[in-house]
Write a protein that binds this ligand. Sequence first.
Ligand code: G3P
Length: 217
Amino acid sequence: MRFFVDTAEIDAIRELHELGMVDGVTTNPSLIKKSGRDILEVTKEICDLVEGPVSAEVVALKAEDMIAEGRKLAEIAENIAVKVPLTWDGLKACKVLTGEGKMVNVTLCFSANQALLAAKAGATFISPFIGRLDDLNVDGLDLIADIREIYDNYGFETNILAASIRSANHMSECAKIGADVATAPPNVIKAMANHVLTDKGLDAFVKDAADAGIKIV
Ligand code: G3P
């Protein structure tokens, strides 16, 4: 499973990138707002840092306006994936932009039917939002499994990009189901390293090393 980082914070991306944990980046208008940066500038900076796909989202609602915005975003760098919402206009924009050879990430997916339409429109990525379904007491992971089954039934090449990931548990469950990509905030990726038994075991080793006077360098 590829890891994308769901943030527009350059320092956080850089830290994970140095560890080889960043296969791509996803942003959205809310994350750009949080960064306090200009969308074109910060997206360019991210694209210069990361080799993999960098999703940058349109803000228009009509297909023709989304297409114009998508073309402008795609000029930033070769690795831009234009992000469009899963609306009928978004699907139209997806079809046109993928027809021009651009990567397109169709976002705000909350049902298997929406994912099926995105695949038919040629989407490079479909972004089902797990956490926001969980918020409604609907298991978001079930949606990932349903889309996996449907795409595999028909050999659709659209990548399942699990999004709105809120916990380390979401990451391993997505990997078990077979999501192609999971995009998560930096703190969630870092939390994957945590285990209470690791901390407990390390405390004991540190104490015993001190008691025994073990020195290596
Ligand atoms: O990848 C989509 C993500 O940014 C939304 O996450 O936690 O706001 O539902 P969240």
